[in-house]
Design a binder for this molecule. Structure first.
Ligand SMILES: [Zn+2]
Length: 247
């Protein structure tokens, strides 16, 4: 089987459509690690487009905030604006979709654990650094764990030596191929709709379970078009300006 592994679409329909176009015919099913909505101008359209596909989707913190399962006061002012705006514009049917998303790590295909944030704190913890990643290897059973939430593509390799730090590989090329062999890994495919690693291109992954390979890919999308739509809705400047820089 081949899977399109995506995370943090964040209501950026143009980025999501570009990723689907770029990965066309390269996957059989979608695994989405959450935060389908929040930040961007097209929450309904993103939920509906994802729903058109054979997929599995987890709940993210923004999905939860929009359905009132998290206190919006825990968000920064710009994120809070987006949550409140999204609540108003989403249809009841699409809000019900978000409410039905699983919030615990899910094991798939024997080898893979999927979670939005981290295995030990599925909704909130940011796995940004080797120290946090190393602690999290004890919190899942499979060889590989896919996480989102940080919006930055990265591969953490578990250290086999007691009390030493794991390695981190940061992909810097348009395509990065990771063999899935004996080492246990925590893998973040990056964000479709709001990358934060200084590269504005949408980020996503393709998993091939026959070859046991995972490829992280980047694709350029029309950022200006998204920004223009966000300006029309009077989104705070920081929410649309950041898309150009990938932060
Ligand atoms: Zn997110």
């Amino acid at each position: 089987m081949r899977y399109l592994v995506i995370s943090d679409i964040h209501a950026n329909l143009i980025a999501f459509e570009t990723v689907l176009q770029d990965s066309k015919d390269k996957y059989d099913k979608i695994w989405c690690l959450g935060d389908v909505v929040g930040y961007g101008p097209h929450p309904n359209e993103c939920v509906e487009l994802l729903s058109c596909h054979d997929h599995l989707c987890l709940a993210g913190n923004h999905d939860w905030a929009v359905i009132n399962r998290l206190n919006v006061d825990d968000f920064n002012p710009n994120a809070k604006f987006a949550v409140l705006w999204t609540r108003e514009i989403m249809t009841t049917e699409n809000l019900d979709y978000l409410a039905g998303l699983p919030d615990e790590p899910i094991e798939q295909e024997s080898h893979f654990t999927l979670v939005h944030a981290s295995p030990r704190h599925p909704i909130w913890e940011y796995v940004l650094y080797p120290r946090i990643a190393q602690l999290n290897f004890a919190h899942f059973q499979t060889n590989y764990c896919f996480v989102g939430h940080t919006h930055s593509p990265i591969v953490f390799v578990e250290s086999q030596i007691y009390d030493t730090m794991c390695d981190a590989i940061i992909p810097t090329t348009e395509r990065y191929l990771q063999e899935l062999d004996v080492q246990r890994l925590i893998i973040n495919p990056g964000s479709v709709g709001q990358p934060r690693d200084g590269d504005p291109r949408a980020s996503y992954g393709i998993l091939d379970t026959d070859k046991m390979e995972f490829e992280i890919r980047r694709v350029e999308y029309n950022v200006t078009e998204v920004q223009d739509i966000m300006k029309q809705y009077n989104f705070p400047p920081r929410l649309w300006s950041r898309l150009k820089f990938g932060f």
